[in-house]
Each structure stands twice: as C-alpha cells, then as structure tokens.
Design a protein around this ligand. Structure first.
Ligand code: NAD
Ligand code: PRE
Length: 315
C-alpha cells in the first residue's frame, strides 16, 4: 500500500468541503483532500468537543464547527461521515443552510435506510448522491485516519434516477482523486451485496468472540494465549466500533436477516456432514472457498497478510 497518493491537483475540484463526523473515515478523507488538493478549504464538523480538539491538534481542517447548520454554510460539497443512524437527523439540521447547487453525499455502510432518512429533508437545489467507500479498519476516531485508506478500493455510488450527471461525474472525480475505483448500483442491491460481504461477516466475528468469552470449560486466558491463527483475525473484526455496527444492523435488517437464514441452513448442512463422516462434502466446499480466496488475491484486492487494511506504520 503506497504511503502517499499521486501528485496534487493544480486546481481543486471543490471550493469548500464540509466533512461531518471526523472519525476514521472523515479524517481519512481530510488527509486525502489535503494531500491531493481536492478542495480549496476543509470544514470539519463534529458534535464531540474532544474530537474537535484532536482535529485542531492534528491540523486536519481550516475551520472546525460543532454546529452542523453553521458549518455547512457556503460549502459546495458536504460529506456525512457519521454513523448511519445519525444521517437523517444531521440532514434535517443542515437542510436550511445548504447553498444552491451543493453536492451532498455520505459514506454510510448501508444505503437504503440512509436515503430514506435523508432525502425528505434535503432541498431541491441540492444534488444528493449517496456513497459508500468499501474500505476501513477496526479503528475509529480522528487519529485513526490516513490518506491512502481508499487507494485501490471500491467506492459504490447509488444516485437516484434523474440526478444531475455532471454532479455525479464531479463526485466520481473526487473519489478517484483519493485513489478509489467507482461502481454504480441501486441502494437495495448495495444493501444485499454488503449484507453478505461485510455485515454478516462482522456479525459472525462478534458472535464467535462472544461465544469464546462465555465458555465455561475453556478459560479466558487460554482463549487469549492460543488465539494465534484464525480466531485472532476474528478478534480484529470484533474490535470494530460498537455504535457504527449497531446502526448498520438496525438499518439493514431485511438483507442481514435473509443472509443469516441462508448462513444457518449452510451451517446445518456442514454440521450434518461432520456428524455422518461425509468427508467429500467437506472437501468439496473447502476447495470451492479456497478458490474464492485465490480469485480475490488475483483481483489485487487483498494480500496474503490478514491485516492489509491497517494503518501503515501504526499496527
Ligand atoms: N469504519 C469503517 O470501516 C467504515 C468503512 C466504510 C464506511 N463506514 C461508514 O462511515 C461512517 C463513519 O464511520 P467511522 O468508522 O469513521 O466512525 P467513527 O466512530 O470513527 O467516527 C464517527 C464520528 O461522527 C461523529 N458524530 C456522530 N454523530 C454525530 C452527529 N449527529 N453530528 C456530528 N458528528 C457526529 C462522532 O463524534 C465521531 O467523531 C459510518 O456511517 C460507517 O458506516 C465505516
Ligand atoms: O477491514 C475492515 O476492518 C472492515 O471491516 C472494512 C469494511 C468491510 O467490511 O470490508 C467495514 C465496513 C465498511 O462499510 C466497509 C469496509
């Protein structure tokens, strides 16, 4: 993973960008915008005063606000980087202050519920283009961000039919400036795909680490001592932010529950194969899953190291 993005632009794409919520994703965007000169100035907005103080100390923004309505004034790009459950209330707070022609986007891990909660509040003069960078780590907060987080990662945009194509192209250019690759899809399809590739895997990690912690015959210290391999990878994922993931599950209920019921059926089939010594069934599945892992590596989306998503030089 490169430490720096490419050369900065000579002319910024946007005059003034507001980033609302300066955690892992918001601070990573701020770093990348600075490095690549993607905006003339950066406005950081966070309701947490300790976060605002860190943003100031890290020099992540040109102006810092706790009030959303004040902060977005005059901005031509507004990016919501708050937990998905906060997107609707934030859209309501900022609606009356949005400038003519502003692009409003978000980075939420769920799209359908975010669109439903934000859209009713946004004025007709705003271009609303929901987004989701499929890149992250288990860390959170303003110190966790880094400029290359989105490099060579997908960013999914889910614009509604009829949204101004020029605004979509500008936002696409913005994400590409941060090194991301763009894919377009509908919000419901996004939620189905991410339920199986991201949301349910996190639920499984939370569950298995919780189960191990509750075991009576195996002590906590044995779990910690012998968690060198697969279990250790699960603990990384299970260390992810509780607020963010609570909101993801409560806002992508239908797709997640559908994937859990498919998962449960397949797990029951595996249990049956073990019970009845059906080695062929086990071998066939494990061969198929091994080839999926190999095709992910061939696509260049992963290295063989499990901690690819971590901050360079920090972990
Ligand atoms: N962490 C990841 O791996 C990842 C990856 C892609 C997308 N996302 C999405 O990005 C968003 C942010 O995730 P993160 O990991 O950066 O979270 P984070 O916890 O690191 O940061 C969130 C920030 O939002 C602030 N905030 C919360 N409610 C607010 C409000 N009402 N007004 C103003 N500020 C508010 C918090 O104080 C915090 O500083 C989430 O919607 C998440 O689904 C996360
Ligand atoms: O690498 C990680 O730690 C992540 O969990 C990143 C991850 C993912 O599931 O891939 C998590 C949630 C986001 O919405 C996008 C990316």
């Amino acid at each position: 993973m490169p430490e720096r993005l490419g050369d900065p632009l000579e002319t910024p794409l946007f005059e003034r960008v507001a980033i609302i919520g300066i955690g892992l994703i918001g601070s990573s965007i701020a770093h990348a915008v600075r490095q690549k000169n993607l905006a003339g100035s950066i406005v950081a907005i966070d309701r947490d005063t300790e976060v605002a103080a860190r943003v100031d100390a890290l020099g992540l923004a040109d102006a810092i606000f706790s009030d959303v309505a004040e902060g977005v004034k005059g901005c031509d790009l507004v990016i919501l980087c708050v937990p998905v459950g906060a997107c609707g209330p934030v859209a309501k707070q900022m609606a009356a202050s949005l400038r003519e022609g502003v692009i409003v986007t978000d980075v939420g891990s769920v799209k359908g519920a975010v669109v439903a909660s934000m859209e009713p509040h946004l004025p007709a003069h705003a271009h609303f283009i929901p987004g989701h960078p499929v890149a992250g780590t288990e860390q959170s907060g303003p110190d966790a961000g880094f400029a290359t987080l989105f490099h060579e990662r997908w960013c999914i945009l889910t614009p509604a039919y009829g949204v101004d194509p020029a605004a979509v192209a500008r936002l696409q250019e913005f994400w590409e400036g941060m090194g991301a690759r763009i894919e377009f899809m509908s919000a419901p399809h996004h939620d189905l795909v991410l339920a199986i590739t991201s949301h349910v895997p996190h639920l499984i990690a939370y569950n298995i680490v919780g189960t191990a912690a509750d075991l009576e015959q195996v002590t906590q210290s044995e779990v910690i001592k012998f968690s060198a391999g697969g279990f250790r990878d699960f603990t990384r994922i299970a260390a992810s932010d509780p607020t963010m993931w609570r909101d993801v599950f409560l806002n992508n209920k239908e797709a997640v529950l559908e994937m859990i019921s498919r998962f449960n059926e397949d797990l029951a089939a595996l249990a049956r194969a073990i019970r009845w010594d059906d080695g062929d069934a086990l071998y066939d599945l494990f061969s198929r899953t091994r080839s999926i892992r190999r095709s992910i590596i061939d696509l260049g989306q992963e290295t063989d190291a499990p901690d690819f998503g971590r901050r360079p030089g920090k972990d």
